[in-house]
Design a protein. Structure first.
Length: 308
């Protein structure tokens, strides 16, 4: 039984992570799905993958409904838990890696999914991403098939209208990210402004544990000055290191600063050669799975404070 379930675990983690935005909560949801599977008459399950997917969806729906109260009391903006991967030694993923990551959920999309109601999010993820029929979604939500379809439609519209534009290839992301780092470390405000879309937003999540903005910063001029302010403040805490990494399949940076080291995962949404959104995850509770910066991959000058 366990071996059969394990064949579907990665798929179920993907389902739950898209709904919850937390790898830890996703793993808990999948473990609960396993327990329900263990307590079910398995002879009655005709499509195991489909049954496990909808069961995981039901569990996630309960988690989302209970999480709304916790999220409303959260200090500052809430951002998802990032999935961080090191870049290959070559510095750029192979075409095969890019193809594998094509199905990954971007950080920008997860941020928009957080604005949906629990019912909209479940309907959208199950139907649009995993092709679960609307009649099964309706049974899970306790609504009619037409109502389930309407929930997904509204969610789809919200995702289309609300997602920061992020259409750049990984090669384009690398070019923009390198230019961003050069502008910031060199103190070049004009160069940074040229990289930012006029309606760019910057969002940081400190969870009330570490210092972060309590609301999003909007507009290229405000975001540029905010970024310089953050880097100047961070540089004064001591040594600072940055490693280019993949964050949910898109390029970003893993940073460490101060003693003891504080960790930060920063990623971008990029379109038409400009940054449309910056997301900084600083909450230590959401960075427990993130590795330390590899000193051999540090891309910042030794004395960033002097550079700034």
């Amino acid at each position: 039984m366990t071996e059969v379930f394990e064949e579907h675990r990665d798929h179920l983690i993907g389902v739950a992570y898209r709904m919850l935005g937390s790898r830890a909560e996703a793993e808990d949801a999948v473990q609960e799905a396993y327990l329900r599977y263990a307590g079910t008459d398995r002879a009655e399950i005709r499509d195991l993958r489909g049954w496990l997917t909808t069961t995981t969806g039901r569990i996630c729906l309960d988690v989302l409904r209970s999480a709304r109260v916790r999220r409303e009391a959260y200090v500052g903006p809430w951002l998802p838990e990032p999935i961080v991967e090191r870049l290959p030694e070559s510095g750029n993923p192979s075409p095969e890696d890019v193809a594998v990551r094509a199905d990954e959920v971007t950080f920008a999309l997860l941020v928009v999914l957080e604005t949906l109601t629990p019912e909209q999010r479940v309907a959208f993820v199950l139907h649009d991403v995993f092709a679960v029929p609307f009649d099964e979604i309706a049974a899970m939500l306790g609504v009619s098939g037409a109502a389930a379809r309407q929930l997904a439609t509204r969610a789809r519209r919200a995702v289309t209208e609300g997602r920061p534009r992020h259409t750049a290839t990984l090669a384009e992301q690398r070019r923009v990210a390198d230019a961003f780092l050069a502008a910031v470390s060199g103190g070049d405000l004009d160069a940074l402004l040229a990289l930012l879309a006029p309606d760019v937003i910057a969002v940081g999540d400190g969870g009330g544990v570490v210092s972060a903005g309590l609301r999003a910063v909007e507009g290229s001029d405000k975001v540029a000055r905010f970024v310089f302010g953050i880097f100047e403040k961070t540089a004064r805490t001591g040594s600072m290191r940055a490693e280019p990494v993949l964050v949910n399949g898109s390029l970003g940076f893993l940073l460490e600063f101060g003693e003891p080291p504080q960790r930060l995962v920063s990623t971008f949404a990029i379109a038409d050669g400009r940054i449309t959104a910056l997301f900084d995850q600083l909450n230590p509770a959401k960075l427990t799975r993130v590795p330390a910066v590899d000193p051999a991959r540090n891309v910042l000058p030794g004395d960033l404070g002097a550079a700034l």
